[in-house]
Design a protein around this ligand. Structure first.
Ligand code: GZL
Length: 312
């Protein structure tokens, strides 16, 4: 847009004089809510005027919001894309309006010249870390696994499933016997886990739960307890995000492992944007955030306290 052009021509501009539109998925999980909080804090601390739009997990609302940001002539747009497909047209409209788009925490199946960069973790790797932990923990014993998938068609649901299955391949003692979406929410995670328990001999035939995020795991833990079983011992629980509540569950012996996903995707995004605006520095197409395994051995209540201050 004109502002970016001017800044490129005269340099010296920082992010401070930018207006940025943020199309957020919704607040389906504790992690998502923390990402929103941190994005607003990061914008505030950098003097960025952030226009925020919550899509209630509907792609059509995200597309509407992006079109409105284009009409407003914002300097840049952040998008956390709820699903991976269906973005080509609206991203082309942003490109034609010379407005850079940055993807947060999820990717899209679209030509990569339609966005400036994507700030995400390695979602396949996260599933792989979770799967490897389970392989090592069951150590060759037969183990029927149930899987709570993330939002259908989202890149985390696709990639976390892929990574987990890669880790289990070659270990025939581990079998995924049920797999269904819990849409990344506690409520749906509990509901679907209740159906898994009923379908698997009251849960007696289930050895482990793999949930694509901690919120579904926390809902499932409730269902396991209501079925009279002990989560964390009768049924192992491994998930992803490392939100505070999973560490409380770990401290209570009700969850076993989680793979950390930072909710601060906006920091690297705004840094890339400021450099791009200041002197046209083009960032890599993928800015990867770290993934770290936490287990009950990692002093869960200490981690809980640390996390409570970080946007959660
Ligand atoms: C993953 C992110 C996922 C989180 C969930 O990058 O998109 O969305 O793991 C959230 O908690 O709903």
């Amino acid at each position: 847009s004109a502002t970016i052009l001017a800044a490129c021509m005269f340099g010296s501009a920082s992010a401070a004089d930018m207006t940025v539109g943020f199309s957020q998925i919704g607040s389906e999980s504790g992690w998502r809510a923390a990402e929103t909080t941190l994005t607003k804090q990061q914008a505030e601390s950098r003097g960025i005027d952030l226009k925020f739009a919550d899509a209630q997990q509907k792609q059509e609302n995200q597309i509407k919001a992006i079109r409105s940001f284009i009409a407003q002539g914002v300097d840049a747009i952040l998008v956390a894309p709820v699903v991976a497909t269906g973005w080509d047209d609206v991203l082309t409209e942003a490109k034609d309006a010379d407005i850079p788009v940055i993807l947060l925490d999820r990717t899209v199946d679209a030509p990569d010249d339609l966005y400036l960069t994507a700030v995400t973790s390695d979602l396949v790797h996260e599933g792989n870390v979770a799967g490897k932990w389970l392989v090592e923990t069951v150590a060759g014993k037969p183990c029927n696994v149930v899987e709570l998938q993330g939002t259908t068609g989202s890149s985390p649901a696709i990639d976390r499933k892929k990574g987990f299955e890669q880790a289990l391949s070659g270990h025939d003692n581990l079998k995924i016997v049920r797999s269904q979406t819990g849409d990344f929410t506690r409520t749906k995670g509990k509901e679907v886990m209740e159906s898994f328990l009923k379908a698997e001999n009251g849960g007696k035939d289930i050895c482990a739960l793999y949930a694509h995020n901690d919120d579904m795991a926390v809902g499932a833990i409730q269902a396991i307890k209501e079925a009279g079983l002990k989560p964390g011992t009768d049924i192992l629980v491994v998930s992803i995000d490392a939100v505070p509540d999973i560490f409380q569950a770990m401290a209570a012996g009700e969850a076993n492992a989680t793979v950390e996903l930072t909710p601060n995707m906006a920091g690297p995004a705004f840094d890339a944007l400021a450099a791009y605006k200041k002197d046209g520095t083009v960032p890599p197409k993928w800015i990867q955030t770290e993934s770290k395994l936490y287990t009950q051995k990692d002093d869960p209540m200490k981690v809980y306290e640390e996390k409570k201050g970080l946007g959660y």
